[in-house]
Design a protein around this ligand. Structure first.
Ligand code: GCU
Length: 368
């Protein structure tokens, strides 16, 4: 380990100094401790999990020239401050025995891409490819939970569920956790749909969506696979020793993404009680897939890879080998290991068909 990581917290030592050597100890002691640390110092605590008011309404039609059925699902919730709805869209392959596994994209790019009938060339959400491989392809807009701007937490789920007491606590939930909360409400629906195998759902996100997908999948163990594409700072990449974007950059430009407490670590990454390898480790023993892009120095590919390496000992507790290599790979040489996948794609910060094809290959091997 390089000296720039000298202050890295040991994922396998509890706050009380006890070394974790078994999966039981991890599950009972260290995992809950780490979830709590992330809630308190990074994402913030949600005031409610599944609200009693949650309802689902569905409408189905044929799509993709008969290759798929498209289900539109409105997931509606009410709180003291009003009503909100997640507009989930699912394409089911028609030629495949149900229930089917599913890829869920937490979309950050706008709904015009969310209809393959209108935009068949969407590289970032190639629903036709996903369906042709026997998976359901589902998508929702994270803005349904909270629009991506700094409005003092007035709109979205914060306005609906938060107490109006002032001042807002420094550990109150912020936008990333609102988006992740939405993925869990989608999972609440998926568990009720008999066409879907809710035990084989992969949650996927790109960039800021990748940061949210990691927290969603880390915290909600119902997701069988978690995919973080080019998620960088406060996503897969370690905060300590990172090049490109730093905490001070992200917290200044996007103050609404993380909670109030996170700001105290600007330029003080070494004082964080966690680092992002511990977030990746929370996915164990489920499937984890992390990607980088060779020209994405803002995200820091090597730091994303190192973080995966440092998460591996947690997978080892569950007898999973992980990637099984130590070397940062060449571009376009995917590493599909035991429970963990990683690839470095040639090119820019983006989510493209190359990435999706690798996710599907990995899921074919491990989630079938
Ligand atoms: C900005 C931000 C990144 C983020 C990216 C995105 O570049 O600094 O942290 O990942 O936007 O979401 O596209």
């Amino acid at each position: 380990m390089t000296s720039r990581l000298a202050t890295l917290p040991d994922a396998l030592v509890t706050l009380g100094g006890e070394r974790i050597t078994t999966s039981d100890q991890w599950v009972q002691t260290r995992r809950p401790e780490i979830v709590q640390l992330f809630l308190e110092s990074v994402y913030g605590k949600e005031p409610v999990q599944r609200p009693d008011s949650l309802t689902f309404s569905t409408e189905a039609k044929a799509a993709m020239k008969g290759a798929a059925t498209c289900k539109k699902v409105d997931i509606t919730f009410k709180g003291p401050g009003g009503v909100g709805t997640i507009h989930l869209l699912i394409y089911f392959p028609t030629q495949v025995l149900k229930p089917v596994p599913l890829f869920l994209l937490m979309d950050i790019r706008g709904s015009e891409k969310a209809d393959p009938e209108q935009n068949t060339s969407s590289e970032s959400w190639p629903a036709e490819i996903i369906v042709s491989k026997g998976y359901a392809a589902a998508i929702f807009q994270v803005s349904d939970l909270d629009p991506d701007n700094d409005d003092g937490f007035q709109n979205g789920v914060h306005g609906i569920f938060d107490s109006t007491a002032e001042p807002r606590p420094a550990n109150a939930w912020a936008t990333m956790s609102a988006w992740a909360w939405g993925a869990s409400r989608v999972m609440d629906y998926l568990e009720t749909d008999s066409d879907i195998d809710a035990k084989r759902v992969a949650v996927v996100g790109h960039s800021r969506g990748g940061k949210a997908a990691l927290w969603a999948g880390a915290a909600d163990e119902r997701f069988a696979m978690v995919v973080s594409n080019n998620s960088g700072c406060s996503g897969a990449a370690l905060a300590r020793g990172k090049i490109g974007e730093k905490l001070a950059n992200i917290n200044t430009r996007f103050p609404h993404w993380f909670n109030g407490n996170y700001k105290q670590y600007n330029d003080k990454e070494d004082e964080l009680p966690i680092d992002q390898h511990m977030l990746l480790g929370l996915v164990a023993p489920r499937l984890l897939y992390v990607t980088s892009a060779s020209e994405d120095s803002w995200a820091d590919p090597e730091s994303e890879f190192l973080s995966v390496m440092l998460a591996e000992p947690i997978f080892h507790l569950f007898e999973a080998q992980g990637l099984g290599v130590q070397q940062f790979p060449q571009p376009d040489s995917p590493l599909h290991g035991d429970k963990i996948g990683y690839h470095l794609r040639t090119g820019k910060h983006n989510l493209v068909s190359y990435d999706w094809e690798r996710f599907i290959e990995f899921a074919d091997r491990n989630m079938r």
